[in-house]
Design a binder for this molecule. Structure first.
Ligand SMILES: *[C@@H]1O[C@H](CO)[C@@H](O)[C@H](O)[C@H]1NC(C)=O
Ligand SMILES: *[C@@H]1O[C@H](CO)[C@@H](O)[C@H](O)[C@H]1NC(C)=O
Ligand SMILES: *[C@@H]1O[C@H](CO)[C@@H](O)[C@H](O)[C@H]1NC(C)=O
Ligand SMILES: *[C@@H]1O[C@H](CO)[C@@H](O)[C@H](O)[C@H]1NC(C)=O
Ligand SMILES: *[C@@H]1O[C@H](CO)[C@@H](O)[C@H](O)[C@H]1NC(C)=O
Ligand SMILES: *[C@@H]1O[C@H](CO)[C@@H](O)[C@H](O)[C@H]1NC(C)=O
Length: 717
């Protein structure tokens, strides 16, 4: 197939000689909307039950990239979601195999979550990750699976010859370490080889078609998408999601968001201890810095919150996104690129972390010691949360002494065995999740591990959140192994939160301090050591072309899951109004920078996800020849719009939707209106769709200011 494409392209070979010197691959990119229910479902990330969805700020997207060298194929997917559960991966693979048979399989598909904390949850099968969302939500689950599969379909249909280049650059003002005291526990010699306590390098892959048209980029830069804090109730892809939107808007000039050809993924990597809130943690009451070790203010963790660089969460999200986007654009346009060449390869293996038990030689103590994977367990500091989103319990980070009240509650659930207490030391166990099977398993024992090579560019998909130093150690292990087996030099990136989710991975030294990330390192102090050995094994298998055993596949427990959130019972409207009726009209004249709003009678947004569509649109009246029509200029996926939904009477099932548009720079003067689309659940059963439009309003150019220049000119005239 590849050679025939070569022949077909031969006629312009001369003109493209420098480009054809690049290694050719078949490449495909695809984007699809995977937004979950826009109301009532608790967001996943901050474990805060009250953080329930009430509309949309930015939509969730799945971005898929296929690389094929004629012999083998790798699919990389980045999804705007907190994490990827094994259940999602399994369902996506089953759906892909129905269409493409063995082409896409357990081996060659990588699904990585961006880790946004502002998207609906309930798609995990393990109880612990659904508890704060009131259980399993099939609507969120199906919405994600449908979107992910659609993005792969589109990338598959898009496959065509192209080439791949990579570049790297330093981005200094977009991330900080949120557990700097834990980082300092790492050996001095090791820290001395790094300038910063978080990684500051953005690594970017660029995909270009044979004719020179850019098709997409994927980049990796560590930062938690937690610029939106735990008070936000609008669905949002946060800083990295908005960076993707910005990049794509620049490339797909006249397309609505999520509808263009060019796809840009800002993917997660070793972001475990990395925060975007770069002004750092301060006490909410008096603005003082918090206690460094416990992240508390006079003993209270809820008061210690990190923020910045903006004045509120929207501004902070925007600033971080703009910095990410500017760096990515710079890498994209600068001639400072290296070409990717070589075979495409990938290995994958499931590993039961709780069955890992081996002896290694410790270079520091010069002794042999036994490494063992513990049954999953969460420590006390987990309940304290982080300075990006403090936990609601009276816990602080760095707790190594147990607390009686919580021991009592925990013992009511299950008491950790002596063996597990020893295994996790010095972590005081709050939830021995590995020993809790009721009503179904709480946390995974089996995780997905894999290693991909796009030529000389290595991608390490990991099943959780590696901290900065844990990530550096893993990259070094893999790079050293590849070099040992004579692989050509090239970058190595960690693809965070891929394929399954098992919380955090810290270094054994960071583990000693038991901050949040360490308390959430669920397989005990040697979790990282086990992964280093496992990924080394994968690298050797890949370099020596050895077939690995697939490993024991996790059990499918989807059928056992429970849901405590009742479905939407019914919707209704005030007697004199219908769905879609406007109860508050927009102001009649507005200008750039103004906020315009309209309020509609609405149904419950859980009645329909409206993927690839929109709950609201801003439309401009366009006159062309003898016809007039309304052209959509913005949807609910645009930064400058917000779609708010709220119940006005819970008992009567009444609700309203408020559409909001902050008129951006560059908006043409003219006549505009809002539309709202939704679905209502009827009392006698069935769901029906409706649509409503606001009164038109006028956007005018801003009144001329009396600027200094202008007044001078007047004076001299
Ligand atoms: C969240 O952000 C809002 C607005 O920026 C701020 O007022 C609030 O204090 C923050 N709360 C927390 C818990 O971070
Ligand atoms: C790579 O850099 C060269 C100049 O060094 C430039 O001509 C070329 O267009 C760049 N390629 C891509 C894909 O950016
Ligand atoms: C670890 O493996 C050794 C031998 O391979 C065995 O004797 C020991 O019981 C194992 N320990 C655990 C905790 O599984
Ligand atoms: C062990 O440490 C010595 C010196 O401290 C060093 O030369 C050697 O490379 C280390 N070995 C390994 C396997 O890390
Ligand atoms: C460590 O174990 C290896 C075999 O696994 C053995 O050859 C070596 O002598 C041991 N070293 C120490 C210091 O016990
Ligand atoms: C528009 O309308 C005018 C008069 O009604 C007519 O003469 C003209 O042909 C129309 N143009 C088009 C493109 O339909």
């Amino acid at each position: 197939m590849k050679s025939s494409l070569h022949l077909g392209a031969a006629w312009f070979l001369a003109a493209l000689a420098p480009i054809l010197a690049q290694q050719q691959y078949n490449v495909g990119v695809g984007i699809a909307d995977c937004t979950g229910p826009a109301g009532e479902i608790t967001f996943m990330g901050y474990a805060r039950l009250e953080q329930k969805g009430a509309g949309i700020h930015l939509r969730q997207f799945s971005r898929a990239f296929i690389f094929d060298d004629g012999e083998s194929r790798v699919v990389f997917i980045s999804v705007d979601v907190a994490m990827i559960s094994y259940g999602i991966r399994k369902e996506v693979l089953e759906r892909l195999q129905k269409k493409y048979r063995k082409l896409y399989n357990d081996q060659n598909v990588i699904i990585s979550a961006t880790h946004t904390h502002s998207a609906p949850g309930g798609y995990n099968q393990y109880l612990f990750y659904d508890i704060s969302v009131l259980g399993f939500m099939s609507q969120t689950f199906n919405g994600l699976v449908n979107g992910i599969v659609r993005s792969v379909d589109r990338a598959h249909a898009d496959l065509s010859p192209g080439y791949v280049t990579w570049s790297q650059g330093l981005l200094l003002d977009a991330n900080i370490n949120r557990s700097p005291t834990a980082y300092l526990k790492n050996p001095d010699e090791e820290r001395a080889s790094y300038k910063y306590d978080v990684d500051k390098i953005m690594t970017q892959l660029k995909i270009t078609r044979l004719d020179g048209t850019p098709a997409g980029v994927i980049n990796w830069f560590p930062v938690h998408p937690t610029s939106m804090n735990n008070t936000n109730t609008l669905v949002s892809s946060d800083n990295v999601g908005y960076a993707s939107v910005l990049f794509e808007q620049q490339m797909n000039k006249d397309s609505l968001i999520g509808k263009g050809k060019f796809v840009a993924a800002f993917s997660s990597t070793n972001l475990g201890d990395v925060s975007p809130n770069i002004q750092g943690p301060h006490c909410l009451d008096n603005g003082d810095p918090c206690d460094m070790y416990s992240s508390t203010c006079d003993g209270a963790n809820v008061l210690c919150v990190a923020s910045g660089p903006g004045n509120d969460i929207f501004e902070s999200t925007k600033i971080i996104a703009e910095r990410l986007n500017a760096k990515a654009m710079e890498l994209f346009t600068s001639g400072n690129n290296e070409s990717v060449s070589g075979k495409i390869q990938i290995v994958h293996q499931y590993v039961d972390m709780t069955k890992q038990n081996f002896t290694i030689y410790d270079n520091y103590t010069m002794k042999n010691f036994t490494v063992r994977g513990c049954l999953p367990a969460m420590g006390y500091s987990f309940a304290a949360g982080t300075t990006d989103g403090p936990g609601a319990f009276s816990f602080s980070q760095g707790m190594t002494s147990p607390n009686d009240l919580w021991n009592a509650v925990r013992d009511f659930i299950v008491t950790p065995s002596d063996d597990q207490r020893r295994c996790h030391r010095p972590k005081p166990i709050l939830f021995p999740t590995g020993e809790m099977q009721y009503p179904f398993p709480w946390q995974p024992k089996i995780v997905s591990t894999s290693l991909a090579m796009i030529g000389n560019f290595a991608i390490i998909p990991v099943p959780g959140e590696f901290t900065t130093m844990a990530g550096r150690r893993l990259r070094k292990t893999v790079r050293d192994t590849l070099t040992e087996y004579n692989a050509p030099p090239g970058p190595v990136v960690i693809a965070g939160l891929s394929n399954t989710y098992s919380s955090y991975i810290v270094t054994p030294e960071e583990y000693e301090l038991q901050r949040y990330e360490a308390a959430s390192t669920i397989y005990g102090p040697h979790t990282l050591t086990i992964y280093q050995r496992q990924y080394k094994k994968l690298a050797i298998a890949l370099m020596t072309n050895t077939n690995l055993r697939p490993g024991r596949v996790p059990a499918d427990i989807k059928e056992q899951t429970v849901t405590l959130l009742p479905p939407v019972i019914f919707d209704s409207t005030p007697w004199d109004k219908d769905y879609g009726t406007v109860v508050r009209q927009p102001k009649s004249v507005a200008t750039i920078g103004d906020k315009v709003t309209a309020t509609f009678i609405s149904g419950h947004p859980r009645n329909h996800l409206l993927q690839e569509e929109s709950f609201m649109t801003v439309e401009k009246r366009v006159q062309r020849e003898n016809t007039t029509f309304w052209q959509i200029v913005a949807t609910d996926a645009n930064w400058e719009t917000k779609f708010h939904w709220y119940r006005t009477s819970f008992l009567k099932g009444m609700s309203e939707a408020r559409t909001e548009w902050i008129i951006p720079e560059g908006t043409e003067p003219g006549v505009y209106r809002f539309s709202h689309k939704g679905h209502a659940k009827l009392v006698f059963g069935g769901i029906s769709s409706y649509r409503g439009h606001s009164r038109p309003f006028q956007v005018v150019t801003p009144p001329k200011q009396f600027s200094l220049n202008r007044s001078k000119r007047l004076f001299y005239q």
